[in-house]
Design a protein around this ligand. Structure first.
Ligand SMILES: Nc1ncnc2c1ncn2[C@@H]1O[C@H](COP(=O)(O)OP(=O)(O)OP(=O)(O)O)[C@@H](O)[C@H]1O
Length: 306
């Protein structure tokens, strides 16, 4: 398990990470979600040791990280990092060789990865001749080429079409299944909601919520209920304890306690056929809006004595 404890970082006296603590479980995909400037990239750079924290620790399976362990990490940085003019397979093999793979093993590993990422036909083309989405797949291959013990990716899904998202997701999930913690950042909430096992929400440099989707849904945002009937269900508005959110003649979305929801269901059945009834869990977007609302500005790096 990768674990961050009390990470703090300031730039020019402005605190951009404030007591950031969360875990990335082994074998699971953890989505790191936040708006622009929330602190995702800075946190990832600190995990990778590219940037130093002012305070706090990063540990892997209980051991504080040094350069030696981080060599086994895979990282796809925001600024990407491959050579545009070099052929795709050639530079991936070169990277694998830098990690100590023998040529034949490196070649086999690269061909396998390119195959799984749907890039085999472009293996011998210069990176810059690929579409942006395919260049991104090559960047992901570069992060994975040495079978990293921990995988950290900055916005790996941005700019990918839905099919490419599924291809990349499959490859990342396969890698997580080897027991590696996988952390990826994103601000595409709908995508993260579908893709990851666990979520970490950051805003204004502070962690606002962590947990599996189910845990977040249970802890934040209220469950609503949906009722559809053959006839007009406008009467639901008059039931005490019901707060109607949306109404569309034959269907209604409302908030209430579970008990009141059951009363509504019984009343609906007494009136005629019910086509659909059930809880509607809050979306990640709703939870995100709830937990990031009224985020206080980060404290200055140095408290001024009064
Ligand atoms: N090298 C730096 N010098 C000064 N400020 C920095 C530096 N790097 C990051 N920041 C600031 O730290 C804050 C967090 O930035 P960061 O890039 O970590 O956010 P992010 O969540 O990755 O955002 P985005 O989704 O827009 O990439 C921002 O206010 C940014 O301007």
């Amino acid at each position: 398990m990768l674990r961050l404890d009390g990470i703090t970082r300031a730039f020019d006296g402005r605190r951009v990470l404030d007591d950031v603590s969360f875990q990335v479980a082994s074998g699971r995909l953890t989505g790191f979600v936040g708006g622009n400037g929330a602190g995702k990239t800075t946190t990832m750079r600190i995990v990778l040791g590219v940037l130093a924290a002012d305070a706090g620790t990063v540990t892997l399976d209980g051991h504080e990280l040094g350069a030696g362990q981080r060599r086994d990490f895979g990282y796809m940085p925001e600024e990407r990092g491959l050579y545009p003019k070099m052929k795709v397979a050639e530079q991936l093999t070169y990277l694998a060789r830098l990690h100590g793979y023998e040529r034949r093993t490196a070649d086999a590993r690269v061909r396998d990865l390119l195959g799984r990422l749907g890039l085999e036909a472009r293996a011998d083309d210069p990176l810059e001749s690929l579409s942006l989405g395919n260049q991104q797949r090559a960047q992901i291959a570069a992060a994975l080429v040495h079978e990293p013990r921990v995988l950290v990716l900055d916005e790996p899904f941005s700019g990918l079409d839905p099919l490419a998202v599924d291809v990349v997701l499959g490859v990342l999930a396969e890698h997580a299944a080897t027991g590696a913690p996988v952390l990826f950042s994103s601000h595409q909430l709908d995508l993260v909601e579908r893709l990851c096992d666990d979520l970490v929400i950051i805003a204004g440099g502070r962690i606002r919520a962590t947990g599996s989707r189910g845990e977040l849904q249970a802890a934040h945002g209220s469950t609503r209920y949906e009722l559809s009937g053959a006839d007009d269900v406008g009467w639901v508005r008059t039931v005490p304890g019901v707060d109607v959110v949306e109404f569309d003649g034959g269907s209604v979305l409302f908030g209430s306690t579970p008990e009141v929801a059951q009363e509504v269901l019984r009343a609906a059945l007494a009136r005629g056929p019910v086509e659909a009834f059930g809880p509607v869990r809050p979306s990640l977007g709703e939870i995100f809006r709830e937990v990031v609302v009224d985020v206080p500005a980060p404290r200055p790096a140095v408290e001024v004595a009064r």
